[in-house]
Design a binder for this molecule. Structure first.
Ligand code: ADP
Ligand code: MG
Length: 595
C-alpha cells in the first residue's frame, strides 16, 4: 500500500503548471506560434483571431511542415528539433527554444494541428483536449502548418477568469504582432479578427513596413541609422522630432533578432536625442542590434524579454553616440511645436549640443549621464506620489493667499508670453497662463463627460489620420469619451480615421497630435486602475490649452482669469502645479527695506 504523501505529478499536471509560466494570456500563444512559423522558414503567416484570441487563435504558415511522427512529438514536453546535442544548448537557449511551448499551450486549451511536410501532398491532423490526444488522422493541402488554439484556459477556470476584455487581449496581441511584422518585413503577414481582415502586409522594405505598422506619419518621419563598432552593429530607423510621443510605446529594440525591453538601451537612445526632445516626450525608434552573444546574457525566462550586457556603461555611450551621429547627419531641421524660435536659431540649438558631445569616451561622465538619464526616465511610483502629496499639501496653504476679485478694469500685463501679471489689493499676482488654462479645460472636459451632447466645431478641412493598429484599437476603446467631449471622428476603413469636428470652445490646433497624445496618455495607464475619464481629461487639458509662448490679448487674459476663478479648484493645474503665485505689499516693502 502506498501511504507516501509525496507523489510524482502526472505529465498533464506538470504541463498545466508549466503552462502558467509560458502562457499567461492569448498574446503569449500568438508569440509562440508565430515564432514556430518563423523557425519553420515560412514566408507567409496568417493569424486568425476570435474574441481577442479568447475563443480562437489560429496561425497558418507555409513553412517546412512536419511528418506525422514529428507532429505527435511536437506536443511532448521538451520536444524540440532545435537542440541535437549539448553544444547546441547555449546557442539555442539564447534564442529561447525550450521545447515546451506547444505542450504548454495544448495543456490549457483545445488544439487542432494540421501539417503537411514539404514536397508532400498528404499530411497529418492532430486534435488535443487539455493536452490529451483525442484524434490523429490525415489531411491534405499545401505544405505548411496550421495550429488552431480554441478556448484558452477552458480547463483552468481561475486563469480564464483573469482574462481581460476582448479589446484588451486583442491589443496585447496587436503589440506582439507589431514586433514580428517589423522584425520581418521579408515575410507576408495577414491578420484576421472576427472575420474581418485587419491587415495584409506584403513583403516590403523595412521603412515601408514600419509605415504600414505604425502609421504613415511615422513612416514619413524616419531617419536611417547604420553603424558598426567593436561591440555591436546597429541598423534601423529613428523617428524625427515630429513624431515624438507621450509614452514609450513605440520603441522597439531587437537584439540578435529578438525583441527586448532594456532600460540601458532606451536611456541611451533618449539621451542621444539630446535636450531638444521636449520634456516628457519619447522618440519612436526601431533598432536592430547584432551583438556578440558572449557579451550578453539573455534572460531565458519564456515570457520576459530582458537582456543583460557585460558592460552597460560602454554600451550606453556607444549607443548614444550612434544615435547622435545619425540625427546629426540627417538634414531635417526639427520642427519644435512649442517653440517660436526662428528657423536658423532652432537649427543652431539642435546642432550645438550634438557637436560637443562626440568628443570621446570619458567613463566618469558617461556614468553620470547614465544615472541622470536613467533616473529621469524611471522615477519610481513612490517618487511620483511624493510630488503629488506635496502638491496637495500646498493646496491648503494656498487657500489663504487668494487674490481678491478679478473686477473689471484691473490692469493686466503679459510677461514673456508666458505669465499674466496683475495688481491686486494686497500686492500682485502672477498667473501661469498654460497651467491656468489647463485647469479650465480639465474642468470643462469633466463637465462634458456628464452631459448628453457636447458642442462640436466642424473642421473646414477634415483631417485624415492613419493610425497604427494598436492605436486604432485604443481609439475605439475611448471613442465614446472623445465624442462626449465634442470630437467628431469617422472610420474610413482599416486604420484610417477622419477628424471631422473638434470640441467647440477648446483651443485645438493640432488635431492629429492631440488624438495621439490622448491615446498615449491612456496607454500609460491602461493596466493601472486609474479612471479612464480622468486620464482622458488630463491629456485633453494638457494639449487643448493655451501654451506658454502664446501671445494673449487683454480680452483673452480677462476671460482666462474669469474662467479660472469660476473653477472648482482654481489654484492648481490638473497635475498639481500651482496656477498662480501672489506677492503681498509687505513682502515687497520688506525686500526694499522699507520698514
Ligand atoms: P521549440 O520551438 O522551443 O522547439 P515548441 O513546443 O514551440 O518548442 O515546438 C516544438 C517543435 O515542434 C519545434 O522544435 C518544431 O520542430 C516543431 N514545430 C512547431 N511548430 C511548427 C511549425 N509551425 N512548423 C514546423 N514545425 C513546427
Ligand atoms: Mg517554439
Amino acid at each position: 500500500m502506498d501511504d507516501s504523501k509525496i507523489q510524482i505529478l502526472s505529465e498533464q499536471v506538470i504541463n498545466k503548471i508549466a503552462a502558467g509560466e509560458v502562457i499567461d494570456r492569448p498574446s503569449s500563444v500568438v508569440k509562440e506560434l508565430v515564432e514556430n512559423s518563423l523557425d519553420a522558414q515560412a514566408d507567409e503567416i496568417t493569424i486568425i483571431l476570435k474574441d481577442g484570441g479568447k475563443a480562437l487563435i489560429q496561425v497558418i504558415d507555409n513553412g517546412v511542415g512536419m511528418t506525422e511522427q514529428d507532429a505527435i512529438m511536437s506536443f511532448q514536453r521538451h520536444a524540440t528539433s532545435k537542440i541535437r546535442d549539448f553544444r547546441d544548448v547555449e546557442r539555442v537557449m539564447s534564442l529561447g527554444f525550450r521545447g515546451e511551448a506547444l505542450a504548454s499551450i495544448a495543456a490549457v486549451s483545445r488544439v487542432e494541428m494540421k501539417t503537411v511536410p514539404r514536397q508532400q501532398i498528404e499530411g497529418t491532423q492532430i486534435n488535443l483536449e487539455a493536452g490529451i490526444v483525442s484524434n490523429i488522422g490525415s489531411t491534405g493541402g499545401v505544405c505548411g502548418t496550421s495550429v488552431a488554439v480554441k478556448n484558452i484556459f477552458f480547463n483552468t477556470p481561475a486563469r480564464r477568469k483573469f482574462l481581460r476584455a476582448t479589446t484588451t487581449e486583442y491589443r496585447h496581441i496587436l503589440s506582439v504582432l507589431s514586433r514580428f511584422t517589423m522584425a520581418h518585413p521579408e515575410i507576408e503577414f495577414t491578420l484576421i479578427h472576427e472575420d474581418n481582415q485587419v491587415y495584409h502586409l506584403k513583403k516590403a522594405e523595412l521603412r515601408h513596413r514600419i509605415g504600414e505598422v505604425l502609421g504613415k506619419h511615422v513612416g514619413d518621419s524616419l531617419m536611417p541609422i547604420a553603424e558598426e563598432n567593436a561591440i555591436f552593429k546597429v541598423a534601423g530607423y529613428l523617428g524625427n522630432y515630429d513624431v515624438v510621443r507621450k509614452s514609450r510605446g513605440e520603441q522597439y529594440f531587437f537584439v540578435n533578432s529578438r525583441f527586448i525591453v532594456d532600460r540601458t538601451l532606451s536611456a541611451a537612445v533618449i539621451s542621444g536625442y539630446g535636450e531638444l526632445l521636449p520634456k516628457g516626450r519619447f522618440p519612436i525608434y526601431i533598432l536592430f542590434f547584432d551583438i556578440d552573444p558572449e557579451r550578453i546574457d539573455v534572460n531565458v525566462h519564456p515570457t520576459k524579454s530582458e537582456i543583460k550586457f557585460a558592460d552597460q556603461h560602454m554600451l550606453f555611450s556607444l549607443v548614444r553616440g550612434s544615435v547622435k551621429r545619425a540625427l546629426l547627419s540627417d538634414q531635417i531641421v526639427p520642427e519644435l511645436q512649442q517653440e517660436n524660435l526662428p528657423r536658423s536659431s532652432k537649427a543652431a540649438r539642435f546642432r550645438a549640443p550634438l557637436l560637443d558631445d562626440i568628443k570621446g569616451y570619458d567613463k566618469r561622465q558617461i556614468a553620470l549621464d547614465f544615472d541622470a538619464a536613467a533616473s529621469a526616465l524611471y522615477s519610481s511610483p513612490e517618487e511620483r506620489s511624493i510630488t503629488q502629496t506635496s502638491a496637495s499639501a500646498m493646496t491648503s496653504s494656498a487657500e489663504k493667499t487668494t487674490p481678491r476679485s478679478t473686477a473689471d478694469g484691473m490692469m493686466l500685463w503679459q510677461l514673456h508670453n508666458k505669465y499674466i501679471v496683475s495688481q491686486i489689493k494686497s500686492g500682485f499676482v502672477i498667473i501661469d497662463q498654460h497651467a491656468a488654462h489647463e485647469r479650465i479645460t480639465y474642468e470643462t472636459v469633466k463637465v462634458r463627460f456628464r452631459e448628453k451632447k457636447a458642442p462640436s466645431q466642424q473642421l473646414l478641412f477634415p483631417v485624415t489620420l492613419e493610425l497604427s493598429s494598436e492605436d486604432h484599437a485604443l481609439l475605439l476603446e475611448i471613442l465614446t469619451l472623445l465624442e462626449k467631449i465634442g470630437f467628431i471622428l469617422k472610420g474610413f476603413g482599416g486604420r484610417t480615421i477622419i477628424v471631422e469636428g473638434i470640441p467647440a470652445g477648446m483651443r485645438i490646433r493640432q488635431e492629429e497630435k492631440i488624438l495621439l497624445d490622448i491615446l498615449d496618455e491612456y496607454k500609460l495607464e491602461s493596466d493601472a486602475k486609474i479612471d479612464m475619464q480622468e486620464r482622458v481629461a488630463k491629456s485633453v487639458a494638457c494639449r487643448a490649452s493655451i501654451m506658454s509662448g502664446d501671445r494673449l490679448t487683454t480680452e483673452e487674459m480677462n476671460s482666462l482669469i474669469d474662467q479660472l476663478f469660476a473653477c472648482e479648484t482654481p489654484y492648481f493645474c490638473p497635475h498639481g502645479r500651482p496656477t498662480m503665485i501672489t506677492m503681498s505689499m509687505e513682502e515687497i516693502d520688506g525686500r526694499f527695506e522699507r520698514t
